[in-house]
Design a protein around this ligand. Structure first.
Ligand code: UD1
Ligand code: CA
Length: 475
C-alpha cells in the first residue's frame, strides 16, 4: 500500500497511575530510551505518512521529547474524556479530513513490538480486507489485559477488559496486545458510538471491535509468537521484567556480532551503544548513552560508562566514566573516576583512586595513583607522581594548568592553577607548585629537613620507641 494511505496513532496520554511516579509512564527509561522512544522508533519505521502521538498527562514534558527526537511526528492532545477510544478519536484529528486508508494504533507502553510484527499485521489486514485486525497473544499470565472473546465456533466476538470480565472470561489466555489496524472510515464511525458504561467509566477502544462486528464488518486477530513483543508496562515490576528481556536480546545480538559477554545477566547495554569486534565485557558492566567501544577493548568488571568513547585495545576496570574519551591501548582503573571532558591519549594510564575532569592527557602519559586532575592539559610521555592534586579552584573561579611533555612530577605535589610546567621539567616530592617551572628545570619548594638528635630519648624516655632507638644506637 502507498504510504499516503497509512497512518499510525501512538497512545501516550494516560497518566500511568500504577507506576506511582512523578514521571509520566511513557517517559520511564528502558535501555537508554523512554518507553515512548522505543515505540516511536518502531512507528516511524513502518513507512506511514502520518505518525501521531496522542498526549495529555504531562503533555509539555512529552511533547518536548517528541519534538527533539521525532520531529516528523505530529503530537495531538487528548481532551478530558478518558479512555483509549477517546485517545484514538483525538488522534484522528491529527489526520487530514480526507484521509482514507489503514490506521495502525500502537501503545506508548508496549515498547518491544517489532516492525516486522506490524508489517505482518498490516499484511493480514489488507489481504483479508478486514475492518479491524487485532494483535493478540496467548500468555501464561493474562492478568490485567483485555481478553479476546470467541464464540463456541472460535469466531472472534469481542474484547473484554480484565476489570469488566466474568470469572469465565478471566480464564481466557488469549489477550489483546493493544496493537491494531483499522479501516479509517470504520474507525471514525465506530468511535462516534462509544459509550463509557464500564468499570472505569472510559471510552474503550476495544469496544470498536464489537461495534464493527455488529455493523457487519469483519474482524480478525493475529496471534504473535513472542509474548515479550506485546508485553505492556503498567507498573515498575513489569518495567524491570521487560528491561531484562530487552537487555538479554541486546546482549545476544552483540554476542552474535563478535562481542564476548561473560555474564549477560549483569551486563547492561543501552540500545544506543556501539561495540567493536572482539570487545570483551566482564560482569557488572553498564554501558549507557552514546558510548562506543573500539575493537578488542576489555571493559569491566564493574564499570559504569556513559556517553564515552573508547579506542581499540584499551582496558577499563572497576571505574566510573562519563563524557570521556579513552585512546587506543590506554588503561583505566581499577577505581578511577573519569568525569566529562577527560581525554586520555593512546597508551596512557589513569590508575587507582584517580579523578579527572576537563583534562587532556597526552599519548603515553601516566597518572597512576591517588590523584585529582581538573582543568588541565598534560603533554605526551609524562608521569604524574602519586598523591598529586591539581588545585584548580580558588574558591571563586576555576583555573587551568598546563604540563608539558616528558615531565616527571614528584609524589604528593600540589599544582596551584593557573600554572605551567615546561617540557622535560621535574618537580620534587612534596612540592606545592605555585610558580611556573621552565622546560628542563627542577621545581622544588620543600623546606630542608632538620633531624634533632636524640629527641625521642629526651622527650619519650622509657617508651618502646626510645628502647628500640637505644638498642639500635648500641649496635
Ligand atoms: C489496554 C487495552 C487492553 C489491552 C492492553 C494491552 C483498552 C480499553 N484496553 O489496557 O485490552 O490488553 O491495553 O497492553 O484499550 N491512554 C491514552 N489515553 C487514555 C487512556 C490510555 O492515551 O485516556 C494510553 C496510555 O497512555 C497507554 C495506552 O493508552 O499508553 C494503554 O492504556 P492503559 O491504561 O495502559 O490500558 P490497559 O489497561 O493496559
Ligand atoms: Ca497498558
Amino acid at each position: 500500500m502507498s504510504e499516503k494511505h497509512l497512518a499510525v496513532i501512538v497512545l501516550a496520554a494516560g497518566e500511568g497511575t500504577r507506576m506511582n511516579s512523578s514521571t509520566p509512564k511513557v517517559m520511564h527509561e528502558m535501555a537508554g530510551l523512554p518507553l515512548l522512544g522505543h515505540v516511536l522508533a518502531t512507528a516511524s519505521a513502518i513507512g506511514a505518512s502520518h505518525v501521531i502521538p496522542v498526549i495529555r498527562h504531562q503533555r509539555d514534558h512529552i511533547e518536548e521529547y517528541i519534538r527533539a527526537f521525532f520531529p516528523t511526528a505530529k503530537p495531538v492532545d487528548q481532551d478530558e474524556v478518558p479512555g483509549t477510544g477517546r485517545a484514538v478519536e483525538c488522534g484522528l484529528e491529527g489526520l487530514p479530513a480526507d484521509f482514507n486508508g489503514a490506521v495502525v494504533v500502537t501503545s506508548g507502553d508496549v515498547p518491544l513490538l517489532e516492525v516486522s510484527t506490524i508489517d505482518a499485521l498490516l499484511e493480514t489486514h489488507l489481504e483479508g480486507g478486514f475492518g479491524v485486525t487485532v494483535l493478540s497473544s496467548i500468555t501464561e499470565d493474562p492478568t490485567g489485559y483485555g481478553r479476546i472473546v470467541r464464540d463456541t465456533a472460535g469466531a472472534f466476538t469481542g474484547i473484554v477488559e480484565h476489570r469488566d470480565a466474568s470469572e469465565e472470561q478471566l480464564a481466557i489466555a488469549e489477550i489483546n496486545a493493544g496493537i491494531y489496524v483499522f479501516d479509517s472510515a470504520l474507525l471514525r464511525s465506530a468511535l462516534g458510538q462509544l459509550g463509557q458504561h464500564n468499570a472505569q467509566g472510559e471510552k474503550y477502544l476495544t469496544d470498536v471491535v464489537s461495534i464493527a462486528l455488529n455493523e457487519g464488518s469483519t474482524v480478525q486477530a493475529l496471534a504473535v509468537e513472542d509474548p515479550w513483543q506485546v508485553a505492556g508496562i503498567n507498573d515498575r515490576v513489569q518495567l524491570a521484567v521487560l528491561s531484562a528481556e530487552l537487555n538479554a536480546r541486546i546482549c545476544e545480538a552483540w554476542m552474535k556480532a563478535g562481542v564476548t559477554i561473560q555474564d549477560p545477566a549483569s551486563t547492561w547495554i543501552d540500545v544506543t551503544v556501539e561495540l567493536g569486534r572482539d570487545v570483551t565485557l566482564l560482569p557488572g558492566t553498564i554501558l549507557k548513552g552514546t558510548t562506543s567501544i573500539g575493537e578488542g577493548s576489555t571493559i569491566g568488571p564493574e564499570v559504569l560508562m556513559t556517553d564515552s568513547i573508547v579506542g581499540a585495545g584499551a582496558s577499563v576496570v572497576k571505574s566510573h566514566v562519563t563524557g570521556s574519551y579513552i585512546g587506543n591501548e590506554a588503561t583505566v582503573g581499577p577505581y578511577s573516576f573519569l568525569r566529562p571532558g577527560t581525554d586520555l591519549g593512546a597508551d596512557g594510564k589513569i590508575g587507582t583512586f584517580v579523578e579527572t575532569k576537563n583534562a587532556k592527557i597526552g599519548v603515553g602519559t601516566k597518572i597512576p595513583h591517588l590523584t585529582y586532575v581538573g582543568d588541565a592539559e598534560i603533554g605526551a610521555g609524562s608521569n604524574i607522581g602519586a598523591g598529586t592534586i591539581f588545585a584548580n579552584y580558588d574558591g571563586v573561579n576555576k583555573h587551568r594548568s598546563t604540563i608539558g611533555s616528558h615531565v616527571r612530577t614528584g609524589a604528593h605535589n600540589v599544582f596551584v592553577a593557573p600554572i605551567t610546567i615546561g617540557d622535560g621539567a621535574y618537580t620534587a616530592a612534596g612540592t606545592v607548585v605555585r610558580k611556573d617551572v621552565e622546560a628542563g628545570s627542577l621545581g622544588m619548594n620543600v623546606t630542608p629537613q632538620r633531624n634533632i638528635a636524640d629527641w625521642v630519648l629526651d622527650k619519650r624516655p622509657g617508651s618502646a620507641a626510645a628502647l628500640a632507638a637505644e638498642e639500635a644506637q648500641q649496635n
